[in-house]
Design a protein around this ligand. Structure first.
Ligand code: FDA
Length: 393
């Protein structure tokens, strides 16, 4: 007779592996199925190869979801400290880079090795290179059609992530299964993604390509202060990736460059001191030279300070404080770090991650409508939601 597993996890990514090791160590028989050749591929490439595996400040406020309360339960029950304890148990050295972001000292592969070791300790079976077909629910068990025969299990966990980086095997498969089982979806769109500009503005800003500057990027009431990068496609850097998750097509964002500086006051003081200086010279003391030149030309102030009224200098200052930009679009799933939206949390139990209408069917990680900021939050959600499911099956 064919073996029936307690749990079949579809997707050997961050969430799937955490769920599998948790259930396995609770003596459940667990099989993990993945179409990729290797587990945890996104972990491997994350954080520039060092994996920003959590953020010590992670809390519900750092996540976007149609229901901001949904993530609270899982996040409270598996915290950054819990993950750090596992990392330390495996002797993996780590450091805080900035803003509470924790990275491996050495390699993201250490995190994958740790998860695989923990899975082995729980007797989890990992089947890679497995193509998944239909997922059906019978009277007692789920039946999962694969290229290697049918897998039967009492519980199925969908952990196939979102649509980001299709080149790496992202499929949005969990969304299809959710719909087939009658769960609602929220709109999905690329998040943590560079923004593009319409051709005229792109051409105007092309001399700035490659320049990085400290900035605050704002959309409505939401603002992030981090590095901003001008690219040959548009705008990138952490400040832009963060605000991209809040930005909607047609909306404007505003940029404040070097937000600690009062450029208006700096220019007026410089004028008093030495009116023969050019505006560009003063700006270039605080901004990259090409950026100072662009601002000077754009504001039409290519003259000595003494020739310009304080009102004109105020206008330069306020441009640098509130530079309005209307992005044309985003680079899309090709480069997005995450997918916003997904399986509607209204249909999922926040304590167990089980579908309310389909006992035994679970959704965890990025496929659920919970998306974190940049900085280790998305992995923390993967760990926490994987743990929540693994503890309840
Ligand atoms: P994940 O995508 O990790 O895993 C899904 C698994 O399902 C994969 O193994 C895939 O092969 C498999 N799969 C998909 N479709 C399938 C199908 N049809 N059949 C079988 N298997 C299927 N976050 C963070 O917190 N810190 C960071 O440093 C980074 N860095 C980063 C860099 C880059 C370049 C990207 C693209 C993303 C990040 N992220 C991040 C985001 C983070 O990687 C992401 O949120 C988590 O990996 C999501 O974990 P999941 O387990 O939900 O999906």
């Amino acid at each position: 007779m064919a073996r029936i597993f307690d749990v079949a996890v579809i997707g050997a990514g961050a969430a799937g592996m955490m769920c599998a090791l948790t259930a396995g160590q609770r003596d459940r028989s667990v099989v993990v199925l993945d179409h990729a050749k290797a587990p945890g591929e996104k972990i491997r490439i994350s954080g520039g190869g060092r994996c920003n595996f959590t953020n010590i400040h992670a809390g519900p406020k750092n996540f976007l979801s149609a229901n901001p309360h949904f993530a609270k339960s899982a996040l409270a029950r598996f915290t950054p400290s819990d993950f750090i304890a596992m990392v330390e148990k495996h002797g993996i050295a780590w450091h805080e880079k900035t803003l509470g972001q924790l990275f491996c000292d050495d390699s993201a592969k250490d995190i994958i090795r740790m998860l695989l070791d923990e899975m082995r300790a729980g007797g989890v079976e990992l089947r890679l290179g497995t193509e998944i077909g239909a997922v059906e629910k019978g009277a007692d068990n789920f039946r999962i059609a694969t290229n290697d025969g049918v897998v039967e299990a009492r519980a199925v966990v969908m952990a196939t992530g979102g649509k980001s980086i299709p080149k790496m095997g992202a499929t949005g498969f969990a969304y299809r299964i959710a719909e087939e089982f009658g769960l609602a979806m929220t709109e999905t769109r690329p998040g943590l993604v560079p923004l593009t500009l319409e051709p005229n503005l792109l051409a105007e800003l092309s001399p700035l390509s490659g320049i990085a500057v400290e900035a605050e990027a704002r959309h409505g009431k939401t603002a992030f202060r981090e590095a901003l990068l001008f690219t040959h496609r548009g705008l990138s850097g952490p400040a832009i990736l963060q605000i991209s998750s809040y930005w909607r097509e047609g909306d404007e964002i505003t940029l404040s460059l070097e937000p600690d500086l009062d450029f208006s006051a700096l220019l007026k003081a410089a004028k008093k001191e030495n009116g023969r200086q050019a505006v560009q010279t003063v700006l270039a003391q605080h901004l990259p030279k090409r950026l100072a030149q662009y601002v000077t030309e754009r504001q039409g102030v290519e003259r000595p300070l003494a020739d310009l009224s304080d009102k004109v200098l105020d206008a330069v200052g306020s441009f640098l404080k509130r530079w309005p930009i209307k992005p044309a679009g985003s680079e899309g799933y090709r480069t997005a770090e995450v997918t916003l939206g997904g399986v509607d949390t209204a249909g999922v139990d926040s304590r167990t991650m089980m579908a309310k209408s389909v006992p035994g069917l679970y959704f965890i990680g990025e496929c659920v409508d919970v998306t974190g900021w940049l900085g280790g939050y998305n992995f923390q959600w993967a760990w926490a939601s994987g743990r929540a499911a693994g503890e309840n099956m």
